[in-house]
Design a protein around this ligand. Structure first.
Ligand code: CDV
Length: 316
């Protein structure tokens, strides 16, 4: 039996700063119900899906900053997502701000979890590539203070097994937004035989340090996820928080990419929208066993030698 998993890229439109968790969860539940009607096994929500993208503001009050974080998962507002997963027998992937108590020390991460169709958390990832800056930079039209509000994730890029019913198991992994631009993200998961990578993002069209890239934001979004999928023989599901959020234009362009690197489904609006694809996990083998057969063709020893020798080459 083919291992076909029907996946929904559950893009969210803008979330206003005043919007409550309950209101956002209502929107997410509407997408989950729609996904179920289309036969989805799994839906993927964006990065920091429960609130507006708060790192765009410089805030001094820790209480204000912490109001954007979840202290438990599930929590009072998110329990309904877990209940829906169980009721619909459909998994979901959710990005959120995690406030963790680590033996009395409070830690804050940009986190994603995958929950299965029984309502159980089967995978957790904390964002490693935190973009932006740590200090207030008033010259910017808007801030990007991820380096101030989050610690670098400490869980690595763990791949994990997921079951979608009899004979339909797969190896999944997660990444968050800026991670998708780094080949290491996909390769570390690829080395764990990942078959589907779930990625939520919040990407402003305007990049304050390099506005000359603005016109290329869709191109770069597709470029990195298509190449990451192909070079590792894995499906990639990339899901945006899209549209004009609190005056900042964010790209949509949520896509589902096959292991061939081809885009097989895409959102076309900048609002709440579902893009759906039937993803055959067995298709991964066609790439993992041939052109990207790591065991046969990768040369890690040689890569190490090249990096070691680099120091000896005089700069041009
Ligand atoms: N949330 C992000 O990680 N956004 C970055 C922006 C700042 C470039 C991204 O890579 O999309």
């Amino acid at each position: 039996m083919a291992r076909i998993i029907t996946v929904g890229a559950a893009q969210l439109g803008p979330i206003a700063r005043v919007e409550t968790r309950a209101q956002v969860v209502d929107r997410m539940l509407a997408l989950m119900n729609e996904a179920k009607r289309h036969g989805c096994d799994l839906v993927v929500f964006p990065e920091l899906a429960l609130t507006t993208f708060f790192p765009r503001w410089y805030m001094e009050s820790q209480a204000e900053i912490d109001s954007f974080f979840e202290r438990s998962m599930p929590g009072p507002d998110t329990q309904r997502l877990f209940d829906a997963a169980k009721r619909l027998q459909m998994g979901f992937c959710l990005g959120y701000g995690e406030l963790a108590d680590d033996g009395g020390r409070t830690r804050r991460f940009n986190t994603a979890i995958t929950v299965d169709g029984t309502g159980r958390v089967i995978g957790k990832y904390r964002k490693i590539h935190l973009p932006g800056h740590a200090e207030h930079e008033p010259w910017r039209r808007f801030q990007h203070l991820e380096k101030r509000y989050f610690e670098v994730g400490d869980l690595g890029f763990p791949a994990f097994r997921a079951s979608f019913g009899e004979g339909r198991e797969g190896i999944l992994g997660m990444a968050i937004c800026n991670d998708r631009r780094w080949p290491e993200t996909y390769r570390i998961l690829g080395l764990q035989a990942v078959e589907m990578i779930l990625i939520g993002y919040n990407t402003p069209v305007h990049n304050p340090p390099a506005p000359e890239h603005d016109a290329l934001s869709h191109f770069h979004n597709e470029l990195v996820m298509q190449s990451g999928a192909y070079q590792n023989g894995a499906w990639v599901v990339g899901v945006a928080k899209a549209g004009n959020e609190e005056g900042v234009e964010q790209i949509g362009n949520s896509i589902i990419v096959a292991p061939s690197g081809e885009i097989v489904a895409a959102c076309t609006t900048a609002g709440d929208e579902l893009a759906i694809a039937r993803c055959d996990l067995d298709l991964c083998a066609s790439f993992k066993n041939t052109i990207f057969n790591f065991a046969r063709h990768r040369q890690p020893e040689h890569y190490r030698m090249i990096v070691e020798r680099r120091g000896a080459v005089p700069p041009a």
